[in-house]
Design a protein around this ligand. Sequence first.
Ligand code: FES
Length: 235
Amino acid sequence: MADKLKFTIDGVEVQAEHGQTILDAADAAGIYIPRLCAHPDLKPIGSCRICTVVVNGRPQAACVQPAAEGMVVENDTPEMLEHRRNLIDMMFVEGNHFCMFCEKSGNCELQAMAYRFGITAPQYPSQFPDKDVDASHPDVMMDYNRCILCTRCVRASQELDGKNVFQSIGRGFGRKIGVNGRQALGDTDLNVDDRAADPTICPVGCIIKKRVGFEVPIGERKFDHEPIGSEIEKG
Ligand code: FES
């Protein structure tokens, strides 16, 4: 068996280790495949479908699909752009995302993705769902209006913190993130230093640390000057 296998992404030859996902091989080759639920420190679950690519003519989630010798992957095509735009649009209207008031603005992966895809206003009607804000924890708050159900907090708590603070509960439109406290986040064993509370885990402004808001001013934040994915494209 050859050490590495070869395949193409949009006609560019890419090498991958055996067992490596398409997403990881693309990252290593400096090709950005958009993603939201995937995180380099967490096991991928293929839930948001933003990373969908066409593999040998069939749609597959790049974050969970292993690379294979000779596969032909289409990533940066008008069809995939349209698919991703639709998903991002739906995430915006299914929550209450008021970027101009959000502490995560400029560091938010959802907002940055929308900018990268040229979305300035959603094409679907806003649902304006009735969501809670949980400020019961002394150091961390949760604004469910902004949650996109990526479950990165669920996996970080389990895989990195060895806890079980967050869970995905319910199904369909009623699905939401629950906490393992009797009533609210303040009843859980979440510590402010847990990875699950780290701002790089929640891609949006749902899990926010208290008393550090706007520590980095608007204009100096991660995506204020460079689009999301540019760090991968720069290699
Ligand atoms: S990043 Fe692959 S499904 Fe979410």
